[in-house]
Structure formats: structure tokens, C-alpha cells
Ligand binder design. Structure first.
Ligand code: PAF
Length: 282
């Protein structure tokens, strides 16, 4: 696996592959890789000649009081995992390489899509995501890019951006990866104490319970949401940021459950703010 830190070198390496008509699959990450990330790498390997993974903890998508400095990092462990998966190129740039002095250009996906769910509690987050992802797409020039559905809103925002800006690549959303007991995999799970790790199961459990109710015929978003809120509130120190039900494509809030819906939640369990969601055909 080549480890590359400069944009110039990355471009040269990818150009050489493209000259041989090789297709490029790309998995952008912020590192501290878990099985969820590796499932994206495996999907990319299956459908592309070469796979590029980036590890970059992007400062522009973190708010002032968020965990940028504390964000978990393990470059050595990540490298070993990526070598094990047969990744061809790891792009590992510095902040200065990505945002050199004088940097002034940002990508904003405007409207409802970035104003709901995580967009309303993390102002500027999706601007940072859209900007860095655009930059990475310009550097890697992938044929396909792979994103996890755990960040369902991120997937929708990126799909919108790719469509709006006529970017020439396919976005491939991949299913949420869960621990055996249901907890959605996340690099931030590492912040959880043993007790919090157990209590955090209430998030996935509340979503699974909601799914059962909907499959049994419940169509009121309000009732489903209040069932989820009640269940999460059994953990007395959990702080709910949001529990919402939206149309999975437009991300518009819905009252009556029909079509493809997304039940999404964000909850602080101790230190970390965890997100989870469930996509369902009603
Ligand atoms: O999902 C993530 O890890 C990040 O938001 C991404 C897509 C790598 C952009 O920094």
C-alpha cells in the first residue's frame, strides 16, 4: 500500500493507474477504522480495479465546542487494517496540505436538507463535509465513492451535491454496520464507559421497537417518535438532541408514515453524541 501525503503525488499515482484504464474506488474516512469502514473498503474492492482510502480529520466540519482535538486517532492500527484489506493507496494529508494559508472556498448545500437533523444542531457541519468531500473528489477523481448509511443525512447531502455540481462519479451508500448487540459502529463509541456502552443500546433498541410498531400498522410519526423518546429517557442521563422521522429522499419531516422513511436520532450518552437511524419502506 502506498501512503501519500501530498496532493501532487496523489494525482501522479492516480494518473498512472488511470492511464492503464483502471477504475478507482474511493473511501473517505476520518480514521480510527472499524468494521463499518472496512465494509466500505470491501465494497469498493469488489467493484473497482484500485481502492484509495483517505484519512483526514477535517477541522472545517467540527463546531467550536466539538471534539476535534479529542477525536480518536490510530494511524498505525489503521494502516495495518488497510494493508489487510488490500487497499492500494492511503491518502493521509496534513491540515496545511488540505487548507493552505489563504484558503477561502467553501461548498454549501443549501435548503431544508442541511437545516434538519444534524444540520440544525451542528451549524456549519455539512458545509465542512461538502467542502472537504469536493476537494477529495477533485484530488482522487474516483469512479465510485463509498459512504456508510449511519450518516444518512451526509449521504443525502453528498448525493445532492454530486447531482447539482455535475460531478462525474457514482455515490454508493452502504448499510449500517452494527455490533452483535445492535449498537451502530462508530469511532466515537470509544468514548463510552462500560456502563454508557451498555446504556447506549437503548438507541438501536428503540429504533428496532419502532420498526416493529410500524410493520404492525402504526402510521403516526408522532406516536412512533414519542415511543422512541420514552424508551431513550429510561437512561436518565441521556440527552436527546433529536428524534425525527423524515422522507428518506428529501429529508422533509413527515406526519403520516408512507413511502421510504428515515427514522433518525442523535443522543448524548455521557461524553459522546451518538447518531443512529433506520430506513424503512412503509
Ligand atoms: O463520514 C466521515 O467520516 C466524514 O464526514 C468524511 C466523509 C470523511 C468527510 O470528512
Amino acid at each position: 500500500m502506498k501512503i501519500i501525503g501530498s496532493v501532487k503525488e496523489l494525482r501522479q499515482a492516480i494518473k498512472a493507474e488511470k492511464l492503464q484504464a483502471k477504475s478507482v474506488g474511493f473511501v473517505p474516512t476520518m480514521g480510527f477504522l472499524h468494521e463499518g469502514h472496512l465494509s466500505l473498503v470491501r465494497a469498493a474492492k469488489e467493484n473497482n480495479d484500485i481502492v484509495v482510502v483517505s484519512i483526514f480529520v477535517n477541522p472545517t466540519q467540527f463546531g467550536e465546542n466539538e471534539d476535534l482535538d479529542a477525536y480518536p486517532r490510530d494511524l498505525e492500527g489503521d494502516q495495518a487494517k488497510l494493508v489487510g484489506e488490500g487497499v492500494d493507496i492511503l491518502f493521509y494529508p496534513t491540515v496545511e496540505e488540505m487548507y493552505p494559508q489563504g484558503y477561502s472556498t467553501y461548498v454549501d448545500v443549501e435548503g431544508d436538507m442541511t437545516g434538519v437533523l444534524c444540520g440544525s444542531s451542528r451549524p456549519g457541519h455539512f458545509r465542512g463535509v461538502a467542502t472537504v468531500v469536493t476537494k477529495l473528489f477533485n484530488m482522487v477523481a474516483p469512479d465510485r465513492a463509498y459512504f456508510g448509511q449511519k450518516d444518512a443525512q451526509q449521504v443525502s447531502v453528498i448525493e445532492r451535491m454530486v447531482k447539482d455540481l455535475n460531478m462525474d462519479l457514482e455515490i454508493v451508500p452502504c448499510p449500517i454496520h452494527r455490533e452483535a448487540d445492535g449498537l451502530a459502529m462508530s469511532s466515537r463509541n470509544t468514548y463510552l464507559s462500560e456502563k454508557e456502552r451498555k446504556d447506549a443500546l437503548v438507541l438501536s433498541a428503540s429504533l428496532f421497537e419502532a420498526k416493529d410498531k410500524i410493520l404492525a400498522g402504526e402510521t403516526s410519526a408522532e406516536k412512533i417518535i414519542s415511543g422512541i423518546v420514552d424508551k431513550i429517557s429510561t437512561v436518565d442521563y441521556a440527552i436527546i438532541d433529536y428524534v425525527e422521522i423524515v422522507d428518506a429522499l428529501s429529508l422533509e419531516r413527515i406526519d403520516t408514515l408512507k413511502g421510504t422513511i428515515l427514522i433518525a436520532l442523535a443522543v448524548k450518552v455521557g461524553k459522546p453524541r451518538l447518531i443512529d437511524n433506520l430506513r424503512l419502506e412503509v
